[in-house]
Design a protein around this ligand. Structure first.
Ligand code: FES
Length: 257
């Protein structure tokens, strides 16, 4: 884990309200693993904000790519930063996805911006010779990641709530059919989606291992403030350092907000 002042290579809106940020950091690009995240200090003039957690979307030789929604004060500030400016970044942080060596067919399930770390996972899994199906849901077609951002060889399926692309409805409806072929499942998306899957679709996975990446409120990102504590089958855990990836069956879903 490093803390660096990293230079912005580029930072631009690639979908409505979604920004793609490239930063230079040779060390972080070497250390990062799919499912990990960084904390970025977002600073609005005299008002120093807490660091914001953003998942790593992919790495390249010499830096990191991040895909984030410019929704709150901190990330809106971030969205206005220009190439050449410096950012204070801490990372890579947390425990990411763990692919079972024996799993051949992987199912990745993304809701909204939850697709960002799953594309990184898909790239690494394809390089390792796995078969990867990625099912992604969004409200409308223009909120789906363009296929040009996907690695070659991936099986990509989409659902949109308004029916403007792919299946009309929620991405969860695509789970039973696609889970049948999978040896291992990885899910990242908004909390209501994760809770719905845990409550209604767990039977689709029978005894397959399922990992979820949780997005909860964070403070320090380092295990000090306890803002991110959740209950699991193994007791209290901190999402920032014990996660953000957990086995779905370990999480006590009823206690999550
Ligand atoms: Fe501070 Fe997890 S964010 S302990």
């Amino acid at each position: 884990m490093n803390q660096e002042l990293t230079q912005i290579i580029s930072n631009r809106e690639v979908m409505p309200g979604i920004f793609h940020l490239k930063v230079a950091s040779s060390q972080m690009s070497l250390d990062a693993r799919p499912g990990q995240y960084v904390m970025i200090t977002c600073d609005r003039g005299t008002e120093r904000l807490l660091r914001r957690p953003i998942s790593i979307h992919r790495t390249f030789d010499g830096g990191l790519e991040l895909l984030y929604a410019g929704v709150g004060g901190g990330t809106q500030w971030l969205s206005q930063r220009q190439s050449g400016e410096n950012l204070d970044i801490l990372g890579p942080l947390g425990h990411g996805f763990q692919v079972n060596p024996t799993a051949k067919n992987l199912l990745l399930v993304a809701g909204g911006i939850g697709i960002a770390p799953l594309i990184y996972l898909a790239e690494e899994a394809l390089k390792a010779g796995k078969n990867v199906t990625l099912v992604a849901g969004a409200r409308t077609a223009d909120q789906l990641v363009p296929t040009s951002r996907l690695p070659p060889g991936i099986d990509f399926k989409v659902a949109t709530e308004d029916g403007s692309a792919g299946y009309k409805g929620l991405v969860t409806a695509l789970l039973p059919e696609n889970a049948a072929k999978a040896d291992q499942v990885f899910i990242c998306g908004p909390m209501p989606m994760l809770k719905a899957i845990a409550a209604n679709y767990a039977s689709s996975f029978t005894d397959k291992p399922v990992q979820v990446s949780l997005e909860v409120r964070m403070g320090c990102g380092l295990g000090f403030c306890y803002a991110c504590t959740i209950n699991t089958a193994q007791g209290l855990k901190q999402v920032c350092k014990d996660g953000p990836v957990f086995e779905m069956s370990d999480v006590v879903w009823g206690e999550l907000k």
